[in-house]
Design a protein around this ligand. Structure first.
Ligand code: ATP
Ligand code: MG
Length: 242
């Protein structure tokens, strides 16, 4: 199918004696939000880490647009258009929004040979534009430590999207947020699927049903359930599979 952007085939991951993933196969389609749900220790983060190149699978294959890929680092994955937002990749509190945006990307900018002042202006403009595209406007020279949790998450999402990835991976990006902030971030994520495909990892089934087009339930490293999100999906039934 040509609307498949990412395919995982029979992914297995062992950490010593722990079988974190036991043969996981699924597809991610163009313009969809795929929810990856499961209890603590189900293997969700491990799966995302493999897709973003931070961890190598024991066996199995990953295909991007039908082409087999092997990632030995997140940089490899980024080159294939994969970006990630996850909780422990927090923004740097003591830095401004714009500096967080360009953190780790300054090198590419330097090649352009702008004198520092111009470069700063250019980075500010680009950051403002990126936020505006997500219908977010704020002073990009504000320190991240002065932002609310929801604003911070929005900045983290914007930062990932700024790299113009095909695929955005989100690992529990809203778990620390209030209902209102969560609602804002969800709105933003729904807007993103026009141009990107998203995998949203959470252990919160309710959230998944609000946000996602399709869900996968992972249990002890295997897929227990996979299906479209429809109005008649029963929360109880899904919970019983977690
Ligand atoms: N680096 C590691 N070394 C050893 N075992 C690990 C490592 N990372 C994860 N595991 C184990 O692999 C299994 C899956 O962990 P993983 O972090 O993928 O779960 P998860 O679904 O993301 O859970 P949570 O909802 O708690 O974040 C767990 O049993 C965990 O203890
Ligand atoms: Mg996890």
């Amino acid at each position: 199918m040509d609307d498949v952007v990412l395919e995982c085939r029979n992914i297995v991951k062992h950490y010593g004696n722990v079988e974190a993933l036991n043969g996981v196969s699924f597809e991610l389609r163009k313009n969809e939000i795929l929810g990856l749900v499961g209890d603590n220790g189900a293997g969700k983060s491990t799966l995302l880490k493999i897709i973003r190149g931070a961890v190598q699978p024991t066996s199995g294959e990953i295909l991007i647009n039908g082409k087999k890929v092997e990632f030995s680092s997140p940089m490899d994955a980024a080159e294939e258009g994969i970006q990630c937002v996850y909780q422990d990749l927090a923004l740097v509190d003591q830095m401004t929004i714009v500096d967080n945006f360009f953190l780790g990307r300054e090198l590419r900018e330097k090649k352009l040979g702008f004198i520092p002042v111009l470069r700063k202006k250019k980075m500010e403009n680009e950051t403002e534009q990126a936020l505006k595209q997500m219908e977010f406007s704020m002073d990009v020279n504000k320190k991240v430590s002065d932002l609310s949790g929801g604003q911070r998450q929005a900045i983290a999402v914007a930062r990932a999207v700024f790299a113009d990835p095909k695929i955005v991976l989100l690992d529990e990006p809203t778990s620390a947020l209030s209902e209102i902030a969560k609602h804002e971030v969800f709105k933003l994520l729904k807007g993103l699927k026009e141009e990107h495909s998203l995998i949203f990892v959470t252990h919160d089934l309710n959230n998944t049903l609000q946000l996602c087009d399709r869900i996968i339930i992972l249990k002890h490293g295997v897929i227990e359930y996979e299906g479209e999100v429809t109005k008649d999906l029963s929360l109880e039934e899904l919970l019983s599979m977690m």
